[in-house]
Design a protein around this ligand. Structure first.
Ligand code: GLU
Ligand code: ZN
Length: 291
């Protein structure tokens, strides 16, 4: 069984210590297991992705001693494939267009409803379902003003009612021992809800592209920060819906600054390039992140 990990940064800012940790950990795990480490550039967000950041990612990773095979998969070159995946889900009532603004969603969620609280899902407040009535009614053709949402109820029903259906689970290897995490139908419907599968500006979404690419690249273990643990549940649901394999997931600790705050891309002071310019060595970086 091959062992393939990947590092999938978005070229929207400098890599910081947290990215270095994620990349080195994925690379280490591939080497320890006699496997392969792949690099993927997640550049579908055209308003934020910049070629200079991509160039810097390559430089920083090389400096850290990480090697990856060519060619690198760049998501923007595969938009037609994501579109085809989206289309394969069309028909029936799995996907629907939604024109709600952020404000519409907030208003619908704050309307008084008996016994209801406002659950927060992996992507923010759980969508209240205003446009769900359009499931299976309106065609998926590119509609400039709408996003495409997954009808989570319909998705779960399809998964649960499939012949020989098993519970929705994934194997977590981040805690040392392997652990099976289950996503219950109730959690999917109430706490994840109708997530956006295609944004209007890109015709796809992080969730859709990431699971498709992990599949096409044959990734067997996804190494990523614990901040994506909830998003992984979306990915596992989508894999089941599309009948593609679910890799193992290795969620790792987040690297925090001295105040305990998680590092963000805008924390340029923590950029790898800055440490490098200040004379740090890759071994120093390893030590700083606890590798
Ligand atoms: N492009 C995402 C990021 O930079 C990828 C995370 C992942 O799927 O592991 O956070
Ligand atoms: Zn809507």
């Amino acid at each position: 069984m091959p062992f393939i990990t990947r590092f999938a940064p978005s070229p929207t800012g400098p890599l910081h210590l947290g990215h270095a940790y994620s990349a080195m950990l994925a690379h280490d795990r591939a080497m320890e297991n006699g496997g392969d480490f792949l690099l993927r550039i997640e550049d579908i967000d055209r308003s934020r992705a910049k070629p200079e950041w991509e160039k810097q990612i390559y430089e920083d990773l090389k400096w850290l001693g990480i090697w990856w095979p060519q060619p690198v998969l760049r998501q923007y070159e595969h938009l037609d494939q994501y579109k085809a995946v989206l289309k394969s889900l069309w028909g029936g009532d799995l996907i629907y267009p939604c024109t709600c603004t952020r404000r519409d969603i907030q208003n619908a969620l704050s309307a008084p409803q008996e016994g209801s609280e406002m659950p927060i899902g992996p992507d923010g407040p759980v969508y209240p379902g205003t446009c769900r009535q359009f499931s299976g009614v309106i065609a998926p053709d590119p509609m400039p003003d709408s996003v495409m949402r997954l009808n989570m109820r319909a998705a779960i029903a399809e998964i649960v009612n499939a012949p020989y259906s098993e519970p929705i689970t994934f194997v977590e290897s981040g805690g040392g021992q392997k652990e099976t995490i289950e996503v219950s139908p109730e959690e999917a419907i109430e706490h994840i809800g109708d997530i956006v599968l295609a944004r209007k500006d890109m015709g796809t979404s992080y969730h859709l592209s990431v699971i498709f690419d992990d599949m096409t690249q044959g990734v067997t273990e996804v190494v990523r920060g614990a901040d994506l643990f909830e998003a992984t549940k979306i990915h596992v649901i989508l894999q089941r819906l599309l009948q593609i394999p679910t890799p193992t997931y290795h969620h790792h600790k987040l690297i925090r600054d001295v105040t305990g705050k998680r590092l963000a891309k805008r924390d340029d002071a923590r950029a790898i390039s800055k440490y490098r310019a200040d004379g740090a060595s890759p071994a120093d970086i390893r030590e700083m992140v606890g590798l």
